[in-house]
Design a protein around this ligand. Sequence first.
Ligand code: MF3
Ligand code: CO
Ligand code: CO
Length: 269
Amino acid sequence: MDRSTGHLTKDGIRLHDAADFDGMMVAGELAATILDRIAEHVVPGQSTAELDRLIETWVTEAGATSATIGYRGYQHASCISVNHVVCHGIPGPKTLKDGDILNIDVTVIVDGWFGDTSRMYVAGKLPRKAERLIEVTHDALMKGIEAVKPGATFGDIGYAIQSYVEAQRMSVVRDFCGHGLGRVFHAPPNVLHYGRPKTGPVLEEGMFFTIEPMVNLGRPETKVLADDWTAVTRDKSLSAQFEHSVGVTADGVQIFTLSPAGRFHPTYG
Ligand code: MF3
Ligand code: CO
Ligand code: CO
């Protein structure tokens, strides 16, 4: 089998080699380290603009580049999505209140490789219903990742996530998906967080992509605000998201964006 960096599958998905996995590990570790470091700054009274400023500083200090600054006109080093914001929340002067939950999503470029990861945080005390949402969303991501191995399909990943979330009487957002990545930010395939077993492209060793389910306490529908970025739940229900960048190995999966501090899992309070 041709496993060179240049090889694309019939679905247009690039297959990467061992050196490429090393590049992704470095980029993924930096993104995850930044998410570790930001945790202590997520407190009531803090503005999301200040959180973004810290993140941008740390990206620069590491000698890396933010993938989001300048991406389709986006001007920040992170997306910060509070409460009913589903994704692509724009950092700004608004301050966090006690009990707010938020996703912070960071993508860095190191030596040309993209590391993309997000996780949930809470300002102050975590409300009970938000705790369940966050736990279910985290576990949904991990169930999706557990489905990753050569010969499985992208539909298997989506099914693992959707069937788990819906059994918890929560809903999976359809309007945004994960994506292939590597030396580019967004590449084929679209990684849907819902689906049927044995459908979609077949996973092969060397594929790199994100899994980044968004889960709502209410209905799945979203709308994008007039700023053209901020996506919110139409019914104003709370939303959560976790994201890892992963690679398909010979016998399973490698997670590029594991937390070096072991802080990815929402073990709050
Ligand atoms: N990091 C996001 C993702 O998971 C993309 C953010 S694009 C931005 O794909 F421009 F909104 F930052
Ligand atoms: Co992503
Ligand atoms: Co992301």
